[in-house]
Design a protein around this ligand. Sequence first.
Ligand code: GAL
Length: 410
Amino acid sequence: MNKLALLTIAIATTHTAQADVEFLHWWTSQGEQKALTVLKQQLNENQITLSPSPVLGGGGDSAMTVLQARAIAGNPPSFAQIEGPSIKAWDAIGILHDVDSVAKKHQWDEILYPLTIQINKSDNGYVALPLTLHRLNWLWVNHSLLQQLNQPVPTTWHEMFSVMELAKSSGINPLAVGEQPWQIAQLFENLVIATGGVEFYSRAMVDLKSDSINSDTLRQALKQLRRLSLLTDNQLDDDKWDTATTALANNQALFQLGGDWILGELMAKGISVPSQIGCYPTPESDGVFLYNMDSLIFMASKSFNAQQASTTANLLADKQFQAQFNLVKGSIPVRMDIDINHYNPCQIQSYQDFKQALDKKKAVPSMIDSMAVNPVAQQAINSEIFRFYRNKQLTEETVIKRIIAIAESN
Ligand code: GAL
């Protein structure tokens, strides 16, 4: 047989050794893509080719809609990014490969935080692979613009509003935020914590208790959201969260409020954090750790069997990979046995604040970012908050009535 024929067979053989796995996700920003490259490399180094299926839309609402459509059509991806209670909802449908054998091999019961276990383990054992722990109650500060205004970093919303008003009157965009429901609702979530404290936040936004929703405290939080809406006049090119981060990084905005995926974005841009852009707890949320967690579910189909799922999950459960992925993503590890001393100072602070919040029972799930209620109620409430922010005619009463109606139908 001539050399060309042998070479062709060799290439063909090599190629079939590389199984393709399709991953549905919403990591489309520069920083998220950099983290995704770590995941891609981990699989490639083990003869698995990743076929990413990105769905635009930070926060994942669109991605979850696409995932449902694909599952109903009997054409699910091999694995998908997912968060919170949706994991057990998908498990209940019975189309997930469990990852219990991987959990046992990696001793997840011993090395994962209890809240990580609670989110990813159902009565059927581990049904999702936990990957990141993000903190949402972060205020990102452009230090040079704050210095220009000769102001200290705000620790109360009273100080926050006054420095934002000063920025606006000085021609500086006070707050970079994309006008999307989940981003605006994220502002509101922080105002609820600041106004009523973490127990009130849990009753009103996690448990959706009507008497907490129909309260002067929530009205006060809505009043402050209205005040924010009158202050932010974004001239961003589009409404994506990472476009807001670009404005913050380019000295076109004083603040951005949001999860530490923003840190991943800033690091990917080569911004020096925390010296150029600083990270601080959002005003009046000190001691609180408002979190979300990215997990992966592995979906049964003709093209992705239990063995393939187990092989893929085993690689993504690897400690070194998890350590490197979180380092780049801006999050902290979901497992207790990873040394993060070489991580960014903001991640080290996040880790320390998380441990303290656990001790003081002040670690709470983000409702607006899929960690507390079912996606229908979450998206409906986010939309009502967004309407109130956009429509200055809408009253607090109207919004409160609508949120209660959603809560009671939940
Ligand atoms: C969150 C997700 C993060 C980050 C963010 C912005 O829901 O957990 O990983 O990507 O959306 O898209």
